[in-house]
Structures are given as structure tokens and as C-alpha cells.
Design a binder for this molecule. Structure first.
Ligand code: SF4
Ligand code: FE
Length: 483
């Protein structure tokens, strides 16, 4: 089944024994749970778009492993063109879902592990790379969603993994067996974890010799024995339980995060890709983070497109579309959004081939990309709220508009441009509210800050890659300073 449809993907989830708690309740049917379903729909879109002729070039690629056409989310980038198409695909999906579509973490983990396992084997004579290739074939053949999981709970940020008061605050190996390992710990803020077929685990920071048990990477089925998840709450998420379609803001799509707990989980040897080779933990982190910082130049600009579109619509519905300051603010939003896209494309264009054969983004530019993303979506959101007006947060609820007596009062007093149905104004205001303050603000705003690493993580990489010494030398050469 090289290319599944969205429906087939949803059916495949129904067959799993995924264990997830939502607001304190162990859920039986997670696929149809109203808080979870929108995020499943977003991933389903990554399958459905791959079957639409005009999107096939972006949504699919020819596998270097099997030679078959695969979904690009399962692909190992074979050129800078592939890297650019990845960003374009993410922008497209952002436009179509106005949410986080979650599947990128797996794609970014595949590419980081493919190149890193090759280099571990070179240094240690291990067999991780061939093993990982077999895993990639399995993923591609079955068109799987994989949660590329990096972030540990981390406890006291000033302490190394082995120094923590509770040794489980970083996921670690508790038993080495002849046939595999047993792991314990958790991964936090895991995007798309509940909707995934598999988890692909990586360490979260560079490590020293004393952290050997924490330097571990492996893949495992999401419903394997000993794994359970606790679903993250989102702002205004209980609106999804009210049954309406307007107050939720985005009636079809959404994102999700969860805490994934590993309670003594057995991992067979065939599924292990790093086990104690501590010096490679940092390399893996840097590469995964680099790819995911590139990813944001695609997904956040696509969602930005939807927010700019909503802002232009509400300006029309409010009757202010012709005002020069409104036009100028839309230009500013577009300028900021396209700057983010330019960064995503630039770090892809400047990508290079790794020893393993796949392509890596330019790390400096990818980190600059993500650093801008910790800022610009906030300004884009500010301008959207400016143009939307205060009604976005003071408007009565959907039930009031539908009420037999007060509904007419709501429609009378919340009318804008008389040629536009009041309901359209309601829908667009709620859409903007959802992206800037509601459940999709997780994916557009706060995730822009902390997803793929908080701002300081990029600044460390920018300082490492920025070549200040070389820049000083430019000046010395020009003005004849010889040390
Ligand atoms: Fe993909 Fe963006 Fe969501 Fe990350 S935040 S999984 S890049 S859509
Ligand atoms: Fe993310």
C-alpha cells in the first residue's frame, strides 16, 4: 500500500490499541473523540492531497530505497530540489488546514537518523544504518505516520540527565538484554503522537559519557505494551465539545500534542539506532532541529496565508477594506510572511549532501528561519487582531445567534457590510480568534516560539555557525592588520 488515502489512514488508526487519557479519562474510541478528531483530519489531508493530480509533484517523491513513489512525508531528501519541495508542500498543507498537520516530525527524524546512523557505523562498526534503511522501507511501504520524538521532560534544566533527582526525567535504558533493551521515561509536547502509527525516539541534548544510558534512539509501535499518552489541553478546546461549527473557529482541522510515557517498554535489537554512542547524541539533535527549523518556514507561512486571507475578508465584512492603513497592514503581514518563506527556501537551496547520500539544510539559515518565526507570527497576529476589531473576543456565542428570540437581536446588532451575511462575519472572526488565541494558537503562535526549539536554542546555533572570526578577518585584510 504505497500511497494510502485519508480514509484508509483513519481506518488504520481504528485498528490500533492506542492508549490515551484525555482530560482525566482513558479514551476508548480516540479516533472519533471530538477533541482529537480535528488533528486526525489534518494528517488525513497529508494523504488525500497526495492523490490530487495538481499536488502530486509536491506531495510525492520517488524513494531512493524502493524506487517506488512514496508520500513525501516518508521521503529521504535526494536533492536541494527535494528540500525546497518539502517546504512548498508544508506551505500548501498550512493553507489547506490552517493548523499543524503533525506529520513533519517523522519526516525530519527520518532524514536526521538516516545520515547520523551512517556516521555512527563509520566510527563504531555498528549496523545501525542498514537497520534504519530496513525501517524506512517498512515506513514507506506502509505509508506510515511516525512521531519523531525528541523532547524529554528535562526536570531541572541546570542538570545533566544523570544528575536529575528523578532519573526518568530523561528517557533512558534500564536494562540491556541479548535481544534488545528496556526503556523508561517520557517524551513531552509530542506533536501528532496519538495519531501516529509509530514513535521514533531520539535523545534531546548533547551528552557526556556519564549519560550513556540516555543516548538512545529507537522506533516502536504507538500501541506497544507499556506506552500510554496524556493528551495536552488547548486554549478554548472545550468549544469542540459543544457540537457547533462556528465557535470552534476551525470546524475541520487542528493539531495535537501529548505526553508520551514509556513504562518499561521492550525494544527489540532490530529497532535500535543508537545505544550508548554518546558523542552522536548532539549530532542527531542538531540535524533533527535543523530540519524542523526549516519545516517552520513552510508550515507557518501556509497558516500565515490563511490568517492573512481571513484578515482581508474581515476587513471587507467590516466595510474597511478600502482604507489605506488597512491595505498597508495587509502588505506588512504579507511582507513578514514571505520573509519567513524566503528563509525556508534559502536554507533548502543552500543544502548539501551528507555522507549517507541524503540532503541536509544549511544549518545557519535554518536557524535564522526559525528565529524569525519566534517573532513574525506574533506581529502578523497583532495586525490580524488590529483589523478584526474587539468583536473577535466579545461576540456572543453560536447558541445565542441560533436562539429563537435573541438570535435576531444578535444578527441585527452584529451586522457589518449589509451585503454579507452576519454568519460569515461570525465565522471569520472566530477563525482569527482560533489562530491567535484559541486551540490553533498552539500551532501558530506558541509553537512558533517553542516548537523546534525555543529562541535561545537557535541563537546558540547562530553563534556557532555565524563565523565571527572570518568576518573580523575580512576587515583585517582590507585595512592591512597583520597579527
Ligand atoms: Fe509540521 Fe509545522 Fe506541525 Fe511541525 S509545527 S509538525 S513543521 S505542521
Ligand atoms: Fe512543531
Amino acid at each position: 500500500m504505497a500511497l494510502m488515502t485519508g480514509e484508509q489512514y483513519i481506518k488504520s488508526l481504528e485498528k490500533m490499541n492506542t492508549k490515551v487519557y484525555v482530560t482525566g479519562v482513558l479514551v476508548e474510541d480516540f479516533v472519533n473523540h471530538p477533541l482529537i478528531r480535528p488533528s486526525i483530519n489534518s494528517i488525513a489531508a497529508t494523504y488525500d492531497l497526495a492523490h490530487i493530480e495538481e499536488h502530486k509533484e509536491l506531495m510525492t517523491a520517488k524513494s531512493n530505497i524502493t524506487g517506488e513513489v512514496v508520500n513525501r512525508f516518508c521521503h529521504l531528501h535526494q536533492s536541494t530540489e527535494d528540500l525546497k519541495n518539502k517546504v512548498k508542500m508544508q506551505r500548501l498543507l498550512g493553507q489547506k488546514t490552517a493548523s499543524c498537520f503533525q506529520r513533519c516530525v517523522g519526516m525530519d527524524a527520518f532524514n536526521a537518523l538516516f545520515s547520523t546512523t551512517f556516521e555512527i557505523d563509520e566510527a563504531h562498526g555498528t549496523e545501525y544504518h542498514e537497520r534504519f534503511k530496513r525501517y524506512m522501507k517498512f515506513v514507506q511501504d506502509n505509508d506510515l505516520v511516525v512521531d519523531g520524538a525528541m523532547t524529554d521532560p528535562k526536570g531541572d534544566r541546570g542538570l545533566a540527565p544523570h544528575q536529575q533527582a528523578d532519573e526518568d526525567l530523561y528517557l533512558h535504558v534500564v536494562e540491556q538484554r541479548a535481544d534488545g533493551i528496556v526503556v523508561r521515561g517520557a517524551k513531552a509536547h509530542q506533536t501528532g503522537a496519538v495519531n501516529s502509527h509509530e514513535h521514533l525516539i531520539m535523545p534531546t541534548i548533547a551528552m557526556g559519557e556519564a549519560d550513556k544510558d540516555y543516548a538512545v534512539s529507537f522506533s516502536i509501535e504507538t500501541d506497544a505494551k507499556g506506552i500510554f499518552m496524556i493528551y495536552g489541553r488547548q486554549s478554548c478546546d472545550s468549544r469542540k465539545l459543544e457540537g457547533g461549527s462556528i465557535d470552534v473557529g476551525n470546524p475541520k482541522f487542528g493539531g495535537q500534542e501529548a505526553l508520551v510515557v514509556f513504562d518499561d517498554v521492550f525494544i527489540p535489537n532490530e529497532r535500535i539506532y543508537l545505544n550508548g554512542e554518546v558523542e552522536f547524541a548532539g549530532m542527531l539533535v542538531e540535524r533533527f532541529a535543523g530540519y524542523h527549523r526549516q519545516s517552520y518556514g513552510g508550515c507557518k507561512t501556509g497558516v500565515g496565508d490563511a490568517l492573512i486571507g481571513a484578515t482581508a475578508l474581515i476587513a471587507e465584512y467590516n466595510g474597511v477594506a478600502r482604507a489605506s492603513h488597512i491595505k498597508d497592514k495587509l502588505i506588512e503581514m504579507t511582507h513578514l510572511n514571505e520573509t519567513l518563506y524566503a528563509c525556508g527556501i534559502a536554507c533548502s537551496t543552500e543544502g548539501t549532501q551528507m555522507k549517507a547520500g541524503n540532503y541536509m539544510v544549511n544549518l545557519l539559515l535554518a536557524n535564522v528561519c526559525k528565529q524569525n518565526i519566534t517573532r513574525f507570527p506574533y506581529e502578523i497576529s497583532r495586525l490580524a487582531e488590529d483589523i478584526a476589531g474587539g468583536l473577535m473576543v466579545t461576540m456572543p456565542g453560536e447558541a445565542d445567534f441560533n436562539h429563537p428570540e435573541i438570535g435576531a437581536v444578535c444578527r441585527k446588532y452584529f451586522a457589518g457590510n449589509a451585503s454579507v451575511p452576519v454568519e460569515n462575519r461570525q465565522k471569520v472572526l472566530r477563525f482569527i480568534e482560533n489562530l491567535t488565541l484559541g486551540s490553533s494558537a498552539v500551532g501558530y503562535r506558541t509553537e512558533s516560539m517553542h516548537g523546534a526549539g525555543s529562541p535561545q536554542a537557535q541563537r546558540i546555533m547562530i553563534s556557532r555557525q555565524g563565523n565571527i572570526q572570518g568576518k573580523k578577518q575580512f576587515v583585517k585584510d582590507i585595512v592591512d592588520i597583520i597579527d
